[in-house]
Design a protein around this ligand. Structure first.
Ligand code: HSE
Length: 310
């Protein structure tokens, strides 16, 4: 019986990026998910083990994003094989750092590589989006797309699906601070009103356009002025104790922009210097400390590569 094994990694991501709710996201270096896949020619029911999740994630292969996506992919390719999955979480769960996206992508990427890459990344994208639907009820792509392609991704359209890679100016460093509080994506989506005021639409589209211009022209000052969220952040800030103070401290210590990472509770800040990025992280952590909340800091460059075989 032939057995093949592969090990892969997929990165954490920052979705929304203040100006692009559900349509912008970038990948970071460091935190993410690792998977070891063992695929045998002899079929057996899928086996899933998970490390690093403190027993929080479902072990039922029909309920975990990594196995749901692998099953979908095998159905799509008409493959019947025995699959053992060992997933290792090397990032916080329910953090707004794209944990479910990393699981969906790492499994799909590993299986695809092991099979000799029958699917392109563009063909994998709709499959890994189904992992997001299973995890939070909405098949948004702003975590899975940057996780899969690397770099900063714009979702130009969902129907039909079209994603574009945008340039990230080389000096940008991301600070992420994850406070140890629970804010499920379902709750942080439920607090959003269904309509947007016209005046906010005008401000937000102006900022999104200026943000993209700043990326192409590497204009850090413009990027800093543009990266402001008038639509989503005011509704979600109340779910994160001390959010506005943390944001104020981030700006005071050199952040160009600072907002909620994905659906929260993590906060991200962009700056143009590694020392500033570290200082910003400590300043935000101090604000959470005052709220009696422990937090973890991640400082990294933008990950241009996406997932990789280990
Ligand atoms: N765009 C999604 C949201 C990302 O903000 O709900 C979830 O991490």
């Amino acid at each position: 019986m032939a057995i093949q094994t592969i090990k892969a990694f997929a990165p954490a991501t920052v979705a929304n990026v203040a100006v692009g709710f559900d349509i912008l996201g970038f990948a970071i270096d460091g935190p993410g998910d690792e998977v070891v896949l063992e695929v045998s020619d002899e079929f057996h029911p899928m086996e899933l083990t998970i490390l690093g999740d403190d027993g929080q994630l479902p072990l039922d292969p029909d309920k975990n994003t990594v196995s749901i996506v692998i099953k979908l992919m095998m159905d799509r390719l008409g493959i019947r094989k025995g699959v053992k999955i060992q997933l290792t979480k090397k990032m916080p769960l329910k953090s707004g750092m794209g944990s479910s996206a990393a699981s969906s992508v790492v499994g799909a990427f590993a299986l695809n590589a092991l099979l000799g890459n029958p699917l392109s990344k563009s063909e994998l994208l709709p499959l890994v989006m189904e992992g997001e639907r299973a995890a939070c009820g909405a098949a948004h792509a702003d975590n899975v797309a940057p996780c899969l392609f690397g770099g900063l991704i714009l979702v130009r359209s969902y129907e039909p699906l079209e994603v574009l890679s945008l340039p990230m100016p080389g000096k940008l460093i991301c600070t992420l601070v994850h406070p140890e509080i629970d804010v499920p994506t379902s709750i942080s989506r439920a607090v959003l009103p269904p309509t947007v005021l016209l005046k906010n639409m005008i401000r937000q589209t102006g900022n999104l356009a200026a943000f993209i211009s700043a990326l192409y022209t590497e204009n850090y000052e413009l990027l800093g002025r543009a990266i402001r969220d008038f639509v989503i952040e005011p509704n979600r800030a109340k779910l994160i104790p001390g959010f506005y103070e943390a944001q104020k401290e981030a700006f005071a210590t050199g952040a160009l922009g600072c907002s909620i990472s994905g659906s929260g509770p993590s906060i991200f800040a962009l700056s143009d210097d590694m020392d500033k990025a570290q200082t910003i992280g400590l300043a935000i952590r101090d604000v959470f400390k005052k709220q009696y909340i422990n937090s973890e800091i991640f400082v990294s460059q933008i990950n241009a590569e996406g997932p990789r075989i280990l």
